[in-house]
Design a protein around this ligand. Structure first.
Ligand code: PMP
Length: 361
């Protein structure tokens, strides 16, 4: 099989060596005589995988000791509701930065639970920019400030973090988690679906500070209360064992190739290859995003016409470059360059873009 180049926004590219390892161990995990995915989640065999994945996240992402790392189901979308259910009191409010489609979805869910104050809304400009981190200040009496580190559809990424003082900062890092170092201690809660940078779909990572857990609302159904999972090492119910195993393999590989610092350099290099073509194209390719906040994960760009965009995607697809069509809500093109996309892959895309421009302009 020839593996194609995978620029899908999620689920997204995973390392070949991870698939090979899964393939080798799928029928029989080690010499256990069983597949891992038919083994009890209470067994010693699974426990090692589960706790191993958590400890690799702690180690590679430099998670301080006063934070819990939870592995949950329900997708990142469950967190849109779980966060306000736990932390938005009936008589209080929280603050939101609405910087794109994903924060808007989280905002819409939070509003169903309680009162939400908007600190910034990028809608009128088409979600192409962010506020200065220094301008993001919580309102009086706010329970938390909510941001989205990388807007997967708009291609907008924070480069610096707001200082929200005593009001905890909560962040959806679904599309850039562990793509570069983050000062976890600046956040009260971080969450991310694994299916972009860390593994297959099905597991969501939540990193939450111990004192924030003490604020969880009482009376929630067990699964929706973060403390349920924190008190049981995310083994209260059956965890998504297969995605957790696969994620552990991705994390082990990340460690082998130099950890988060190496990842960050690799991601910067890939994004530069593609942005350089856009910037050097004399307007043939156009990135609508404010240069200060261009995403290293999701490079969005337009061509001179929708017909050319269609032709671009069709020709790229015929050459084995998959997933370059922009999100259906915004059109255009998008190249997702998550952790497991290689520099060579991004380079091939850059060369293709140059060739296409030469031919069509
Ligand atoms: N947040 C962001 C930033 C996302 O990109 C996505 C999915 N693309 C989600 C949340 C929702 O994730 P899920 O599909 O796992 O619910």
């Amino acid at each position: 099989m020839t593996r194609k180049l995978n620029f899908y926004a999620g689920p997204s590219v995973l390392p070949l060596e991870v698939f090979e390892e899964i393939q080798k161990n799928m029928v029989e995990y080690g010499d256990s005589g069983l597949s891992l995915i038919e083994t009890s989640h209470r067994s010693a065999t699974y426990d090692e995988v589960h706790m191993g994945a958590i400890s690799l996240i702690r180690e590679l992402f430099a998670v301080p000791d006063n934070y819990k790392v939870l592995l949950l189901g329900g997708g990142a979308t469950l967190q849109f509701g779980m966060i306000p259910m736990n932390f938005l009191p009936k008589d209080g409010h929280c603050d939101f930065v609405v910087s794109g489609s994903w924060s808007k979805k989280a905002y819409d869910d939070a509003k169903k639970i309680g009162s939400v104050n908007v600190l910034f809304d990028g809608k009128s400009e088409g979600y192409v920019s962010l506020p200065d981190a220094g301008d993001v200040k919580p309102s009086d009496g706010s329970s938390y400030v909510y941001i989205t580190s990388n807007e997967t559809i708009g291609g907008v990424q924070w480069k610096d973090w707001p200082d929200t003082g005593d009001v905890p900062l909560f962040c959806d890092m679904s599309s850039d988690i562990m793509s570069h170092p983050v000062p976890v201690e600046k956040f009260g809660l971080i969450y991310a679906g694994a299916q972009k940078n860390l593994g297959p779909a099905g597991v969501t990572i939540v990193i939450v500070r111990d004192d924030i857990l003490e604020r969880c609302a009482d009376g929630l159904p067990a699964y929706l209360d973060y403390r349920t999972h924190a008190n049981k090492d995310s083994l209260y119910n059956t965890p998504p064992v297969f995605p957790i195993w696969a994620m552990k393999l991705v994390l082990e590989r990340m460690k082998r190739i130099g950890g988060i610092e190496a990842m960050a350099k690799h991601n910067r290099d890939k994004a530069s290859l593609v942005y350089d073509v856009i910037d050097g194209s004399d307007g043939f390719y156009r990135c609508p995003v404010d240069e200060r906040y261009r995403s290293e994960m999701n490079v969005v760009f337009r061509l001179p016409s929708e017909d050319l965009e269609k032709a671009f995607v069709a020709e790229a697809t015929s050459k084995g470059m998959m997933g370059l069509k922009g999100h259906r809500s915004v059109g255009g093109c998008r190249a997702s360059l998550y952790n497991s996309m290689t520099v060579e892959g991004a380079g091939e895309l850059a060369e293709f873009m140059k060739g296409f421009m030469k031919e069509k302009r």
